[in-house]
Design a protein around this ligand. Structure first.
Ligand SMILES: Nc1nc2c(ncn2[C@@H]2O[C@H](COP(=O)(O)OP(=O)(O)OP(=O)(O)O)[C@@H](O)[C@H]2O)c(=O)[nH]1
Ligand SMILES: [Mg+2]
Length: 235
């Protein structure tokens, strides 16, 4: 087996060994009291219906562990998943959606969690590739950028452990469009950079509906797993 095939196998195995749901929370105090193993955490956030829960299912190679729905507002709590019951190396965290069809009560829980959680390694902000950035995404990016700057300024007193990155979802819908998809994607990238220069520069393009070329997973899933491995120093 080639080196890259061996690495791909290792990465896949990290995500797909008997994934399970750990617990669900609707307030940060309950999270703090829960006996978590001290493992890196990766949070998936974005507007309602953008595809957060479906993406976590794909990352863990499950179909139904994480509940997804065509109706916005399906995820109502902060839900932790681990990829393996025997030897988990990290948690993936699903949350309620924000924006006009999202859950307003999510704002406080999100800020409490993001501000205080020392094990949080990266927040993935999911954006529907055909819709581009909406007002609520822009506010989220600006908030995370401010948090990054204020934490950098106060590094001696507070650790800012996480980075944030854009994941474009439902790219299968963009490739069907007649107008130039690459221009659309480039304009999202430059808008993100203007709003939040501390955001990771590379966006990941994903679809849970179409298979990646030559791979056994869906578009962007391998790339996203690699980002998680890198951000959590998992291999
Ligand atoms: N075309 C397309 N549809 C997708 C894709 N991923 C998810 N969907 C659909 O989008 C809808 C919403 O998916 P969810 O995963 O529940 O989205 P969510 O962001 O978790 O939604 P909330 O929990 O309500 O905030 C479902 O009907 C999915 O089947 C994708 O890559 N392409
Ligand atoms: Mg959901």
């Amino acid at each position: 087996m080639s080196l890259s095939a061996t690495r791909n196998r290792l990465v896949k195995d990290l995500f797909c060994a008997h994934p399970t749901a750990v617990a669900q929370f609707n307030n940060y105090d309950a999270i703090k009291q829960y006996p978590f193993k001290k493992l890196p955490e990766f949070l998936f956030s974005g507007r309602a219906n953008v595809g957060k829960s479906s993406l976590i299912n794909e990352l863990l190679s499950t179909k139904t562990l994480v509940r997804s729905s065509s109706k916005p507002g399906a995820t109502k709590t902060l839900n932790f998943y681990e990829p393996s019951t025997l030897d988990p190396k990290f948690y993936l965290v699903d949350g309620p959606g924000y924006g006009s069809r999202g859950r307003p009560e999510w704002g406080k829980l999100f800020m409490d969690y993001a501000n205080d959680r020392s094990t949080l390694r990266r927040i993935f902000i999911l954006v529907n590739a055909s819709h581009g950035l909406k007002e609520s995404d822009k506010l989220m990016l600006q908030d995370l950028h401010s948090l990054a700057l204020s934490s950098t300024a106060a590094l001696s007193s507070r650790v800012f452990p996480f980075s944030f990155q854009i994941v474009l979802t439902k790219v299968d819908e963009v490739v069907k469009r007649k107008d130039a998809p690459s221009e659309l994607l480039q304009s999202i990238q430059s808008e993100v950079h203007k709003l939040a220069p501390t955001c990771m520069p590379n966006m990941i393009l994903t679809s849970t509906k179409i298979a990646a070329q030559g791979g056994d997973s869906k578009v962007g899933i391998h790339e996203l797993r690699e980002c998680i491995v890198e951000a959590g120093a998992l291999l």
